[in-house]
Design a protein around this ligand. Structure first.
Ligand code: SF4
Ligand code: SF4
Length: 70
């Protein structure tokens, strides 16, 4: 199972919960980007490793993550 994950980065508060629950450790807080709320938003490297478990989407307190099963 592969996945495509998108974040509404402008609404991310950089809490890092999604980072910790990803079993394949592909989510990180992008230190190069500051959103309009003043946080470093979550993003993904190596999307091809995503297993579409949706742990990240379930954990996000603000429901800003969408996981598409490919
Ligand atoms: S769906 Fe699962 S594997 Fe994919 S980024 Fe989210 S937590 Fe990680
Ligand atoms: S859990 Fe949601 S608000 Fe927290 S860092 Fe991840 S995407 Fe951002």
């Amino acid at each position: 199972m592969a996945g495509n994950v998108t974040f509404r980065q402008d609404r991310c508060k950089g809490c890092g919960l999604c980072v910790h629950v990803c079993p394949v450790k592909i989510i990180f807080l992008d230190q190069e980007v500051t959103n309009r709320k003043g946080y470093h938003p979550a993003t993904i490297v190596e999307m091809d490793k995503c297993i579409a478990c949706a742990n990240c989407a379930r954990m996000c307190p603000d429901s800003i993550i969408t996981v598409e099963r490919l």
